[in-house]
Design a protein. Structure first.
Length: 152
């Protein structure tokens, strides 16, 4: 049986991208009340097993385009540990990540407008894997939008 092709490895990984559905009102309220994210669910598999402490992570808010919510990059941080299965069999990863205030978030339109970011996996395959990833060049381009210290 042929093994599926892996789209990310140590040489093509710039940062992990984890996703949350911003159409869910509970997510918006959660981040308004507590913008610190210390753990997030991910899909088990080879990507989850590649996650290591200290690797950069980007929070991507997804959802339908019909709502007036600025989907896109909502935060940036680091993995605080590796992904592992929880007691119920689902997987999660510890994080040190803060969700930015709404005016500071990078919209999907801002990301698409930058040719260096227009090919992000999360844009090409919005229903794809969680975690997704950015290549080193894509992560560098994203950081250009955020400034020297990773905030804008």
């Amino acid at each position: 049986m042929k093994q599926p092709t892996r789209t990310v490895d140590e040489t093509t990984l710039g940062a992990w991208l984890i996703k949350g559905n911003a159409d869910a009102g509970a997510l918006l309220e959660r981040f308004r009340a507590e913008p610190r994210v210390r753990r997030w669910c991910v899909q088990g598999g080879y990507r989850a097993r590649m996650m290591r402490p200290g690797q950069p992570v980007v929070f991507w808010a997804s959802g339908s385009r019909s709502r007036a919510v600025p989907y896109g990059v909502w935060g940036l941080g680091r993995l605080a540990g590796g992904a592992a299965p929880d007691a119920d069999g689902s997987w999660s990863v510890p994080l040190e990540l803060d969700i930015w205030p709404e005016p500071e978030r990078l919209s999907r339109e801002q990301i698409r407008a930058d040719q260096r970011l227009a090919g992000l996996e999360v844009l090409r395959q919005p229903q794809g894997s969680n975690p997704s990833f950015l290549t080193p060049a894509e992560y560098e381009a994203l950081r250009d939008h955020l400034g020297e210290d990773g905030v804008h």
